[in-house]
Design a protein around this ligand. Structure first.
Ligand SMILES: *[C@@H]1O[C@H](CO)[C@@H](O)[C@H](O)[C@H]1NC(C)=O
Length: 586
């Protein structure tokens, strides 16, 4: 045998062994544990530079996994952002990008929501034989009508178990607060009142002056009464969002109304621990999505966290959130599941910088040095979120990447991790993150990302294949109050000013978007703008029209679908938890 043949055989054997080891390593895909916070800002965590809030558990997760410093949500507000997170697709593809100013559903009993035909990561996990669960916030449409194959419910989108809130926690759940709709849209109250008054005056004049006769007058009175009743109903609904939305379900059963705010995080933790223990016992692979109600307002925590942080109720909520994450990570450790579980932590959008409570204290988070926040269109504060991904054996602990990625990438990353094929003709905008996070690739899998506000693109991000910069072209400027980077309460996309020519930012040196570049500053300005405009046109061409899930008809309240406990008391408590948390109820 010649030397080279021996060498060749040795190489072949090494390759063979490697392949086998790889196969063995890959044989059992990881469990998946996802954490999503609500409205948590880019600058609210210790591992993202916050020195005054204590988040040791999430910080530890970051040191054991990869920290993504340029992670982007598909929308600056929860419903469309979550639709994109679950499906890996821009919300416009599923009809979840609203064409008008209401971008989220605010009633449980309405017909908006993620179409059941959409493919979620939970459905992928089920295909792979996983046991799946969603704990906490859903906010993607609700119906308990199981006879309808298209009813919107987590259990009809790939989850085996659901415990949580169909909609979202709301500021209105705290009776001391100013109703959110009065803060967000103070004019609506006026419009309703004026409509009523005008109808009264108009009908009265018609009857008196136009001498309508008996039939005419009767018809006018019917119109008048209808208008007034409708106005009254709208007013009543908007004033009673707590009654209409504050409840917890377990699968299809309403178990708690109203939600006892200080107990929420502990209940989610208990359910999470129980789920993990069951999976440990039955050795089933699992996907658990813990969708915290923190740190959305109304803010309240367990007594042990109250007043403990340096940042009021908001800081207390962040610290309780961190505690909850820690409890579940400790459970993985205790059950010996840590090395076989892929863990992701993120937030659905940036901090709500305009939020304050009834005492005038700021109750929204902090977006670090980023401009703007939740609900704003183009600026990064609303869409760049803390994101950590830990995958033992695949992602080097302590890895940090500054490459732009999207939360839409989570779905295809899970598909890849679980060895599930996505359907061939199905458009997914996200990309597998593993090559970037394992260090195999140096660059973001995305050359362009498009940032929507409602159904309009307000900015385009460009990561060239060569060079080291990330560019952003802003097409709209939010309607900020004079000399500030915030709106009155929630920025409206329609009020944003179109920018012509667009503003260009070099996000690598200017993440706070303070120094727009013009053609005079930058020789390649025109080439960059042209390139991004072309990419945007191509993206828009790829959008196939679908039914709009936010049509007025879909958004209407459906009293016959309204969940309630013990009518007309509207009250019940979850027997599963019995008296355990009684210390909170005063
Ligand atoms: C930490 O977070 C709090 C709450 O959002 C914020 O008020 C504070 O400015 C942040 N501190 C630092 C040092 O980043």
């Amino acid at each position: 045998m010649t030397r080279s043949r021996i060498h060749l055989m040795a190489t072949a054997m090494i390759t063979l062994t490697l392949t086998i080891t790889n196969c063995q390593g890959d044989e059992r895909p990881p469990n998946v544990l996802l954490f999503m916070a609500d409205d948590l800002g880019y600058g609210d965590l210790g591992c993202y530079g916050n020195t005054t809030l204590r988040t040791p558990n999430i910080d530890r997760l970051a040191s054991e996994g990869a920290k993504l410093t340029h992670s982007l949500t598909a929308a600056s507000i929860c419903t469309p952002s979550r639709a994109a997170f679950l499906t890996g697709r821009y919300p416009i593809r599923s009809g979840m990008a609203s064409p008008h100013f209401v971008r989220v559903s605010f009633l449980t009993a309405c017909n908006t929501g993620l179409p059941v035909s959409e493919l979620t990561f939970a459905e992928l996990a089920k295909q792979a034989g996983y046991t799946t669960a969603l704990l906490g916030k859903w906010h993607l449409g609700w119906s308990t009508d199981r006879s309808d194959p298209d009813h919107k419910h987590p259990l009809n989108q790939g989850f085996d178990y659901f415990y949580g809130i169909p909609l979202t926690k709301m500021k209105d759940f705290d009776s001391r607060e100013v109703k959110a709709w009065r803060r967000a849209r103070p004019t609506i109250g006026w419009i309703l009142t004026m409509t009523c008054v005008m109808t009264l005056v108009f009908t009265w004049s018609l009857i008196r002056l136009a001498r309508l006769g008996r039939t005419g007058s009767a018809m006018a009175v019917v119109v008048m009464v209808t208008v007034i009743l409708t106005c009254g109903l709208v007013y009543w609904v908007m004033e009673n969002l707590e009654l209409l939305n504050s409840f917890f379900y377990r699968n299809y059963e309403l178990v708690e109304q109203p939600i006892i705010l200080p107990q929420v995080t502990r209940k989610l933790v208990r359910e999470g621990v129980e789920f993990l223990e069951q999976r440990h016992a039955d050795s089933q692979p699992f996907l658990l999505f813990v969708s915290w109600l923190h740190v959305h307002t109304a803010l309240d925590t367990a007594p042990q966290f109250r007043g403990q942080s340096l940042h009021g109720p908001y800081g207390d909520a962040v610290e309780e959130l961190d505690w909850g994450v820690g409890q579940l990570l400790d459970t993985l450790d205790r059950l010996g599941l840590t090395d076989t579980t892929l863990v992701i932590f993120t937030s659905d959008n940036g901090a709500h910088v305009e939020e304050s409570d009834f005492l005038g204290r700021r109750s929204g988070g902090y977006n670090g040095g980023l401009r703007g926040g939740k609900a704003h269109g183009a600026p990064d504060g609303g869409i760049r979120v803390p994101t950590i991904l830990k995958w033992p054996g695949k992602v080097t602990p302590g890895h940090v990447t500054d490459e732009p990625i999207s939360l839409m990438d989570v779905m295809p990353t899970i598909a890849h991790a679980l060895h599930v094929q996505l359907p061939a003709n199905h458009v997914v905008d996200g990309k597998d993150l593993l090559p970037l996070l394992s260090g195999e690739e140096k660059r973001s899998p995305h050359e362009f990302l498009f940032h929507y506000c409602q159904d309009e693109v307000h900015a385009v991000r460009y990561r060239p294949r060569d060079g080291s910069k990330v560019w952003k072209m802003a097409l709209y400027e939010p309607a900020y109050l004079l000399q500030t980077d915030h709106c009155d309460f929630l920025c409206r996309c329609h009020d944003a000013t179109p920018l012509d020519p667009p503003l260009l930012f070099d996000l690598t040196s200017d993440p706070g978007e303070q120094h727009p570049l013009s053609a005079a500053d930058l020789p390649e300005y025109r080439a960059l703008v042209n390139l991004m405009t072309k990419a945007l046109r191509k993206h828009k061409d790829s959008i196939v029209p679908v039914p709009n899930m936010f049509s007025v008809y879909n958004m209407l309240w459906r009293p016959w679908n309204q969940p309630n406990c013990n009518f007309p008391e509207f009250q019940c408590s979850d027997s599963k938890f019995g008296q355990v948390f009684d210390e909170d109820v005063s």
